[in-house]
Write a protein that binds this ligand. Structure first.
Ligand code: ARG
Length: 436
């Protein structure tokens, strides 16, 4: 492909991406992910995705390739392996999610992994992306658990090989097969992914699955998980099934190993570009996160941080006198001082006067984390927002009611008394501006 047609494709793609996010946010992510300081991503592709959603998977990967981003792919083949074993009438079982591997199971596994690997590599090559399959030379292993048989416990990752492929401008496509001397060993794909991520230290670890995220008890996708705030709570929840708890545990262990800037996304292939190149994403974003402090009488330092965050996020000046009666305000602030909420208590119902996240931190899930903490303290709250504020989609998704007026949209939660609600709306409409 010539340089100019390459450029043409890149421009076309950027234009198409414009339909899912703003040019500014897309460029912000392309720049972030292309940084020479940190590898872009390790993408784990579940076996069932290869089986049932190969087309979308390849489109999304080719798309990344076209904008110049090279991920490292690790794929599973669980469902294909089970089917092959059933066909050959070979019995199999699992211990804690790991397949007990006899020599016969191991041999079939090796074949199935080779086939699956080749299928991905060929599909990528057919669509013009260079790819190289790495089937059994990346994970050096030992056999540690006699009950599991020919299952590899990873001792080291051949990172030089992966780097070589990346440097030759190809996408490494890795199968979870290990080796000990010349012997092949089977490895659980999630475990292999965790070790690969630790060795590569990428900006993002992405899990592509058919369901595309973690869901709450009413079946809605959880867009953000801030582990510092939510991990313990989530592990206690009855509605989170054990498979997801295990996954979350592994993800936490993984993030504990990576720099704070790293994150994990769980999404489905078709939504990968939206997840990567927009702030709101499309899937579940998991971050180590930050704790949130509550300041009931905000001191000078908190007031200064608050002012900085609000002025950056609203591109205006906080009015003088905002803190004239600090005792009537309750300020929530993340420990990184990049997101804040102010609740004013000078009316009969708590009023959310300000909610700000600095522009550079958008997409990190800080807003969702601080919101979650505020809601624990305030079951009843109301607030207003300008009709053109992009955050309104979020507000609409979490409020219990909304009244749209020309100048303001008024939202509320936990207020069911009609009279009280009328007073709240009246109060919100007439409240003087706090940022000018
Ligand atoms: N594009 C950003 C990233 O990939 C933000 C993604 C936000 N996703 C979400 N599910 N909340 O890191």
């Amino acid at each position: 492909m010539t340089k100019s047609s390459n450029q043409f494709i890149k421009n076309t793609i950027l234009k198409l991406l414009g339909a899912i996010g703003s040019e500014k946010e897309i460029n912000k992510y392309i720049e972030k992910f292309s940084s020479p300081e940190q590898r872009f991503a390790v993408i784990k592709v579940g076996g069932s995705v290869v089986e049932n959603d190969l087309e979308n998977l390849i489109s999304s990967l080719v798309f990344l390739n076209q904008v110049g981003l090279k991920p490292v792919i690790l794929h599973g083949a669980g469902p294909m392996l089970s089917a092959a074993l059933e066909e050959k009438r070979i019995d199999f079982s699992f211990i804690n999610g790991q397949r007990v591997t006899s020599p016969e199971v191991r041999d079939v596994a090796h074949e199935v992994f080779k086939e699956t690997n080749q299928k991905i590599v060929e599909a990528l090559e057919t669509q013009g992306a260079h790819a190289k399959g790495l089937v059994s030379n990346v994970f050096q292993c030992t056999k540690d658990d006699p009950d599991l048989g020919y299952v590899g416990s990873i001792q080291s990752v051949n990172i030089e090989l992966v780097n070589e492929v990346l440097e030759s401008d190809s996408i490494p496509v890795i199968a979870p097969v290990g080796f000990q001397s010349s012997e092949m060993l089977n490895i659980n794909a999630d475990i292999a992914t965790v070790e690969l991520v630790k060795a590569i230290n990428p900006y993002k670890a992405i899990f592509l699955s058919e369901t595309g995220g973690i869901f709450n008890k009413t079946g809605q996708l959880i867009p953000n998980i801030n582990l510092a705030l939510e991990y313990e709570e989530l592990m206690q929840e009855e509605w989170l099934h054990s498979g997801m708890k295990l996954k979350l545990q592994q993800i936490k262990a993984l993030l504990d190993h990576l720099p704070r800037t790293a994150s994990v996304s769980i999404t489905e292939p078709i939504n990968l570009p939206k997840e990567l190149f927009t702030d709101s994403g499309s899937g579940t974003l998991i971050k180590h996160g930050y704790s949130v402090a509550q300041h009931k009488v905000p001191d000078q330092e908190t007031q200064e941080h608050f002012k900085k965050i609000i002025e950056a996020s609203f591109s205006g000046n906080l009015v003088d006198g905002f803190f004239d009666d600090p005792g009537s305000l309750n300020i929530f602030m993340t420990s990184c001082k990049r997101a804040t909420i102010a609740i004013s208590n000078d009316f009969s119902v708590p009023y959310m006067d300000k909610f700000g996240v600095i522009p550079e931190a958008k997409g990190e899930g800080l807003g969702a984390g601080i919101w979650h903490e505020m809601r624990k303290v305030y079951p009843q709250v109301f607030w207003r927002s300008r009709p053109n504020n992009p955050i309104n989609n979020f507000y609409t998704s979490i409020c219990e009611g909304c009244q749209k007026q020309d100048e303001w949209h008024i939202f509320w939660i936990g207020i069911s008394d009609y009279g009280a609600l009328k007073d709240c709306i009246e109060y919100a409409i007439n409240k003087p501006k706090s940022v000018i």
